[in-house]
Design a protein around this ligand. Structure first.
Ligand SMILES: [Zn+2]
Length: 252
């Protein structure tokens, strides 16, 4: 599901102190590119947006190659334990130094419970992890801690900062943040209407709803589509717009 791979971002200060946003997976090519980019400097810190493997698993290999580096994220204990480095705890609002610049951690859950974005106020840039991907939509894995209502609130929070640039964990930099964030919010509102329509026309299970909405989707992508439908249903349930008994869902 990671498409063309994932991005990490290296911020280097005048004194040679470097900070990496996201750890990748520990791929040898990434490690050598990282060493080359640091040059004569020193990797002091790795800030991890969230505990998904493609963002956090590389911490172990980076720790071996850069013993001075600290590793920080918002805790998600059962996931973080897979990556054996001494994690430092970040919380919403914390300011960390990256190179010579301040970054503010923004707890932006929804894609995962531990998700952080990093806000560089002086340049109105946000390192957005997995909140947005140009030309694609973001997975909300309900069965792995995803929460659609939280995700939408996180997108609104990014919008309210009026960023000029988003630097995501996958895909290219985004220079029109308002367009993509508003587009995402509208897309989810539309999806929600489709889920409600499917329920009203008698589709009662996650599978039936997913098949009616994602008609013609490649079978390999259907589990992800079902996770997405489930995330919508759980949001609607919280809003008391739907109820369910076992695996059968009905509009309230
Ligand atoms: Zn992720």
């Amino acid at each position: 599901m990671t498409g063309s791979g994932n991005n990490t971002y290296l911020l280097t200060g005048r004194g040679g102190s470097a900070t990496l946003v996201d750890a990748g997976i520990g791929d040898a090519r990434h490690l050598s590119a990282l060493a080359a980019a640091i040059g004569g400097g020193r990797l002091d810190a790795v800030l991890v947006t969230h505990g998904h493997r493609d963002h956090a698993a590389g911490a172990v290999a980076i720790a071996a190659a850069h013993p001075a580096a600290t590793f920080s994220k918002l805790p998600w204990p059962e996931e973080d334990a897979q990556y054996d480095v001494p994690w430092r705890r970040l919380a919403d609002g914390d300011i960390v130094r990256a190179g010579d610049e301040p970054l503010q951690a923004l707890h932006t859950p929804g894609h995962s419970p531990d998700h952080l974005a990093f806000w560089h106020q002086p340049s109105a840039t946000i390192f957005t992890g997995d909140l947005v991907v140009q030309g694609s939509s973001v997975m909300i894995h309900w069965s792995r801690g995803g929460n659609l209502a939280q995700y939408l609130a996180s997108l609104e929070r990014l919008l309210s900062l009026e960023p000029r640039r988003l630097l995501p964990g996958h895909g290219p930099a985004i220079d029109d943040p308002r367009a993509i964030l508003s587009g995402y919010l509208e897309h989810r509102r539309q999806r929600e209407r489709q889920v409600l329509d499917a329920l009203r026309t008698g589709h009662a299970t996650v599978q039936a709803i997913a098949e009616s909405i994602y008609d013609g989707l490649a079978p390999a992508l259907m589990p992800a589509a079902q996770e997405n439908v489930r995330a919508h249903l759980e949001k609607l349930k919280t809003e008391r717009l739907v109820t369910h008994e076992h695996d059968r869902w009905t509009p309230s």
